[in-house]
Design a protein around this ligand. Sequence first.
Ligand SMILES: Cc1cc2nc3c(=O)[nH]c(=O)nc-3n(C[C@H](O)[C@H](O)[C@H](O)COP(=O)(O)O)c2cc1C
Length: 175
Amino acid sequence: MKQIVLTLFSFLIMSTISAQNKTLVAYFSATGTTKKVATELAAVVNADLHEIKPAQAYTNADLNWHDKKSRSSVEMADKKSRPAITDKLTNMSDYQTIYVGFPIWWYTAPTIINTFFESYDFKGKTVYLYATSGGSTIDKSVSDLKAAYPEINIKSGRLLNYAGKNELQDFVGNR
Ligand SMILES: Cc1cc2nc3c(=O)[nH]c(=O)nc-3n(C[C@H](O)[C@H](O)[C@H](O)COP(=O)(O)O)c2cc1C
């Protein structure tokens, strides 16, 4: 009997520890490019995949950066804008390592990424950033987000334009 209780107890401890050690690949993607990379990254790191989903989806007109009045232009010009997120995670506490991916907008991360960082408790978690772009680097996104959230353990970031399996493995291995 004692043996059974002990076995059950250690099983409970083990599953609690592993539940809190999971990896999450989160992404926001307006036109599918970052989503594709995120899906591949989640397979490479054996992580759960989570879409950072805007409550109101972005239309093509919303994404027109030539139009100063388009939704994305207005949001990106206002550092305080926080586009609402829907389908939030209910089990963020399970994850220890979180990859956060997004398209570069106006040389930095879209403000919905700020909404994401302000929606959960990141205490004790490690965050890696990744992005896709039309050519801009991820550097400004990394420094902007680190400056905005000094209390969050944000590590390096990597631009993953056209990343194949080798580059994804390199990113995961050399973060
Ligand atoms: C509003 C807006 C602003 C953008 N600004 C930049 C930019 O500053 N630099 C850049 O290289 N690409 C920029 N892009 C291009 C996107 O970063 C690129 O197409 C990205 O891969 C799209 O990812 P998604 O399909 O996951 O939304 C911008 C795109 C949009 C819609």
